[in-house]
Design a protein around this ligand. Structure first.
Ligand SMILES: [Zn+2]
Length: 434
């Protein structure tokens, strides 16, 4: 009895220590920049045993996740075998490759998904139960040097319980000074990847004191309030993708179609083609976002439901434009100010503040009430978004910007100067009627 008591205090001590350490790490990371780097496994240098271990890893991750969802109270990360449903009966299968830390991270992921599902439910959205997976293509490697280790010298990565190291390409992207945190091991149609999260000391960037409003659109993807050339990103499906999709569809229409070896080959080819298109789109989106963030220090956008545009008339065009990615990336910056989606940016008049409806084909803006005219309705909308954001920024206390980035990035006086300039250059009276 005595022994177990001591053990108990030992484990609680250990638990407290782990918690304290975690808190300290979190605090240190809070004033660093977080970046994620993707490195690719050189598949030509993988041994047969390694290939088998990788497929076992993802297979066991799937088993474990499904077993945990099925029986949350009895399955723990300590289990060395799980019950797997094979046809009508369930049988016990041994876990050989999936390490204990990875099992823990799977449990945490399931818990997190449950939390977000219940949060959705509370908000009144339709949320179903957590589903079983038929395939698992990514596992979290939570602890650097335990679940995985990086060998820069040999450009290799070792994963817990897999004997040989993986030769990888792209480790040189990660700066020497970076503090390496967790990562994910990911299987895509084009190969195996590691997504490595790193923390780096913040570098002070000096940005020009320039403000801009951005209007998202379909004809012109990004329209700027300062009247510069709009940015358009359109990467339609490539010929290869179209051909692969056509082949797949044609095969599927045959009666009595069986999922043969050829089917999976066809499917992998299609997935690779989609991945390639997506990468090209993402690349252009990242370049656009970088350009915007390094040229302005006050950026206003509207929180538009780009997801809903997908469903509408312009689904294809929206899909090819990567607008969603651009918006999501911009929103992460503390220099970006988001205006509510209910703000009538296309209708409002910057002179008198009253609303005029314009049909979609009308490309210029004319106010019905005071006669204000702008050659482009999109540029006008971008100006309105910027003005609304400046107004909101002025009215809000310092807390909002402080809670976001730790320090106020934008001097309030500069904004004030801008705001008074806007008022002065207009009618001399206030732009907006309350
Ligand atoms: Zn007007």
């Amino acid at each position: 009895m005595n022994g177990t008591d001591e053990e108990m205090t030992d484990t609680t001590d250990k638990y407290i220590k782990i918690k304290e350490k975690g808190r300290a790490t979190k605090k240190r990371h809070s004033d660093m920049i977080c970046r994620c780097y993707e490195v690719k496994v050189d598949s030509s240098r993988m041994s047969k045993a390694q290939r088998q271990a990788v497929s076992a890893l993802f297979r066991e991750a799937k088993w474990f996740r499904n077993a945990y969802i099925a029986d949350m109270h009895n399955v723990t990360w300590k289990d060395k075998s799980v019950s797997v449903k094979a046809g009508e009966v369930s049988e016990s299968r041994e876990i050989k490759v999936l390490g204990s830390q990875i099992r823990q991270s799977i449990i945490n992921e399931v818990k997190d998904s449950l939390k977000s599902l219940s949060a959705l439910k509370k908000k009144g959205y339709k949320a179903g139960a957590l589903r079983f997976r038929s395939v698992c293509n990514s596992v979290g490697l939570s602890q650097y040097r335990v679940t995985y280790d990086i060998d820069r010298e040999h450009s290799a990565i070792r994963v817990q319980n897999i004997k040989k190291r993986f030769k990888v390409r792209g480790l040189d992207q990660i700066p020497e000074a970076a503090e390496i945190a967790n990562s994910r091991f990911i299987r895509k149609a084009s190969g195996l990847y590691f997504h490595i999260t790193c923390f780096m000391p913040k570098e002070e960037k000096i940005l020009p004191h320039k403000q801009v409003g951005i209007d998202f659109g379909i004809e012109n993807n990004l329209v700027f309030s300062d009247g510069r050339e709009p940015i358009n990103i359109s990467v339609p499906e490539s010929r290869g993708t179209k051909l692969a999709a056509k082949r797949m569809n044609k095969a599927l229409t045959h009666s009595g179609y069986k999922k043969s070896r050829k089917h999976f080959k066809r499917k992998a080819k299609l997935q690779r083609a989609y991945e390639k298109d997506n990468n090209r789109r993402k690349d252009l989106a990242n370049k656009a976002v970088h350009e915007i963030l390094s040229n302005y220090d006050f950026i206003a956008i509207q929180d538009e439901m780009i997801h809903n545009w997908h469903k509408g008339l312009f689904g294809r065009q929206v899909q090819h434009s990567a607008l969603g990615v651009i918006k999501a990336e911009l929103k992460k910056s503390s220099n970006v100010h988001v205006v509510s989606r209910n703000y009538p940016s296309t209708q409002i008049c910057p002179m008198c503040g009253r609303l005029t409806k314009h049909p979609l084909n009308e490309r210029s803006y004319t106010c019905d009430h005071c006669g204000y005219h702008h050659r482009s309705r999109d540029v006008k909308a971008a100006i309105s978004i910027l003005e609304e954001a400046v107004k909101e920024y002025m009215l809000s206390g310092t807390e909002s910007s402080e809670s976001r980035g730790g320090q106020t990035r934008y001097s309030r006086t500069v904004i004030y100067q801008y705001w008074s300039k806007v008022i002065a250059c207009e009618t001399g009276s206030s732009c907006f009627q309350a």
